[in-house]
Design a protein around this ligand. Sequence first.
Ligand SMILES: C[S@@+](CC[C@H](N)C(=O)[O-])C[C@H]1O[C@@H](n2cnc3c(N)ncnc32)[C@H](O)[C@@H]1O
Length: 310
Amino acid sequence: MPSSIFSLASYKEGIHRAHKAGYITYADSYVPESGEMQFSNHISWDINGIHYEGGLSFTNTRHLFDGIRLVLAYFEDNPLTFLELGPGAGNACYELSCLAKTMNMDVKIHTASYTPVNPYMTLVRSGDELLASLSSNPHLKIMEKGPNGCSWYILDEDVFRMPHEALDQIYRKLDDPYIHHQYIGYYPRDIDLPSAGFDIIYDMFGPLHRKDVASIVDAYSRLSETGMLFFVFHERYAPGKIMLEGAKKRFTPIFNPKDTVVVDTQHYRAMVARENNPLARHFRKKFKSEFQTFEAHDMMGFLKWLQGDL
Ligand SMILES: C[S@@+](CC[C@H](N)C(=O)[O-])C[C@H]1O[C@@H](n2cnc3c(N)ncnc32)[C@H](O)[C@@H]1O
């Protein structure tokens, strides 16, 4: 294989190709919040004439949350539209596209983000596995090593300077795009997303991990009638406070009273399932309760318990 197959130029060329083919829509103009770009941006990118440095980091290459595998089982027979808010380098979307193939499901993947992903060239490793593949690179910066893992960062240009054999372990070329549509801009204000119809909206430390409640309400409004929203919240920001308060009061006023809301009070994860969502229906059948919101100490444990008698 020629050494130029994996390069920063070929990564960006794939983004241009995807844009030309109609797989990427850019907002007319937008201003990213200051200070938020460094660890979000998986590539260096120019916005409104300003250059933002980017690279891979522990905060933009996370795995798909394992619970999504369990959630998919509830949708098995129908085509599904999935929206990830804040996909970072796209690892979770790629894992989802592989999962959908394995489960023989028709899943259309959409994203909303500040920076586009090359949908024809994916990272094949996430998180710690990716870190291991990058560990020979002298430019890799390890900030902190803790009991729950390591915080690290590496600039895009330093990744792509690695020898071809190393890059071959990190990236893969694809014939078809694994993300079907990317919306690039500031969410929710500047992005022209379809108004409704998403079956799963997923946000892992993306725009919903913020201070404004309006983003959560906006995401919720874009769900299909059988849809569900999954997000990680920040316990000290307003949306997080609303979710934790809801878990105590068993009702979260920003959602419909007939929804099923599950709040993981240990890992700060939330799941909101519309009244006709198959998981919500199964839950109500199994657990005959009048309440809208439930506290789960662990979302994964909750989903496993629920799936126990599918
Ligand atoms: C910290 S990264 C998380 C990436 C990925 N979910 C992960 O866990 O590895 C934050 C992501 O959210 C996006 N993001 C954050 N706030 C945003 C906003 N207001 N509008 C659009 N994208 C936003 C960034 O572009 C980036 O893709």
